[in-house]
Design a protein around this ligand. Structure first.
Ligand code: PMV
Length: 383
């Protein structure tokens, strides 16, 4: 049976601006995430062709400040945007069209003037999804403003609504609004899962994975010949579409068992299989394309050699690009760092590696008096 989107409910409940609005400011830090089972391919309105699982990073964060005030009567909202303290017309354009696209869920936006300032803790093209942390951050800020304007206590669905809205900016962003591991996409066996927003999996995570490390090797910062949104489109009509969707569904259930049981060896096999399948889909589309570089392949083969000779369950994953994420248990960190320094940094641009790990999720940084509902990392939602 098809799942209903909560969108209609959000439109019904949409808060209109009360007669007087006091100007205010909200601030959030929202992390990026790395997928273990990959979202690849979508239908209308960013509904994924298959479910995905990811974890959020601790240090790769978008910081956002959104100031709001009443706009002049009957004028559409005028938005200003600074990225790293500078006006960036391309980012502003994407933000404006995003704000317009979610207007029906947030009609009060029409009457507000927004001043958005945003920055990332990680460099551009570092193999870290800035759209995930960026859309997660703006969605959290907007839901926060809505809650403030409505004067209600923080509704229970605050984070799932932020996830719903973040998804409309960038699919994978819906997995950035919770701490730890999240699932996005309807999985019959997982009560509460949805195609329209992600749900946190934190109650299910074995201690072996709670502090998993992710060292990101910057193999290439060159812009990609084919964008992710074109890649998603190309999955419609892909010769292996059905096989891929079924494989992802199986991998989701297997990965959930693995992260519950703490089996790091099975984790490595499944995660690498997902990464290579993602790139296999790109290569076997029509026309096929390759985003991996020589350095990517060299790093992968060295990781596999290392795993064989040490039995440490180090593994890799890839996003839609050439950079390589090394995933490994916290207690192996010293050995892996040495391996990276001895063998892998030479394949990275300017020897660049970003060391990160599983994070606790977004944080509301102003005002200081946090309520429990407002710290996603501590929030427990069982599904
Ligand atoms: O959210 P998008 O449209 O940038 O797509 C992200 C796709 C992958 O990063 C390749 C996989 C994923 O699940 O994050």
């Amino acid at each position: 049976m098809n799942e209903f989107s909560p969108g209609k409910k959000y439109i019904r409940e949409a808060q209109h601006l009360p007669p007087s609005v006091h100007p205010g400011v909200v601030q959030w830090n929202c992390p990026s995430n790395i997928a273990l089972v990959k979202y690849w391919g979508k239908k209308e309105e960013q509904v994924p062709l298959n479910p995905s699982i990811s974890f959020v990073l601790r240090r790769s964060i978008t910081h956002i400040t959104v100031g709001y005030e009443p706009a002049a009567e009957h004028k559409t909202a005028k938005t200003t945007l600074l990225f790293n303290g500078r006006e960036e017309p391309e980012i502003k354009k994407r933000m404006d069209s995003y704000l317009e696209s979610i207007g029906k869920y947030m009609p009060f936006l029409e009457h507000l003037r927004l001043k958005i300032e945003t920055s990332n803790t990680f460099p551009h093209a570092a193999g870290i999804a800035s759209s995930a942390s960026g859309f997660g951050a703006i969605a959290l800020a907007l839901v926060d403003i809505e809650n403030r304007l409505s004067g209600n206590t923080i509704p229970e669905n605050t984070f799932s609504k932020a996830s719903f809205l973040a998804r409309l900016g960038s699919g994978s962003a819906c997995r950035s609004v919770y701490g730890g591991f999240s699932l996005w996409g309807k999985v019959t066996q997982m009560k509460g899962s949805s195609d329209f927003y992600a749900v946190p999996l934190n109650d299910l995570i074995h201690k072996n994975f709670q502090h998993y490390r992710d060292s990101i090797l910057l193999v290439s910062s060159a812009s990609k010949p084919v964008s992710s949104s074109t890649g998603h489109q190309m999955m419609n009509g892909h010769p292996f579409l059905e096989t891929r969707v079924n494989q992802a569904k199986k991998n989701i259930l297997n990965l959930i068992d693995i992260i519950k049981s703490g089996d790091t060896g099975s984790f490595a096999r499944l995660v690498e299989n997902e990464a290579l399948t993602l790139h296999a889909m790109m290569m076997s589309g029509n026309p096929g394309y390759i985003l991996m570089k020589e350095g990517t392949i060299e790093v992968i083969s060295r990781i596999r050699d290392f795993r064989k000779r040490t039995t440490i369950p180090l593994c890799f994953t890839l996003d839609a690009g050439a950079n390589v994420h090394l995933l490994y248990p916290e207690e192996t960190e010293t050995m892996i760092r040495k391996f990276v320094d001895d063998e892998l940094v030479y394949f990275c641009e300017e020897n660049k590696v970003i060391h990160d790990e599983v994070g606790e999720g977004p944080v509301k940084i102003e005002p200081v008096n946090l309520s429990d509902n407002e710290t996603a990392g501590r929030r427990k939602v069982s599904i």
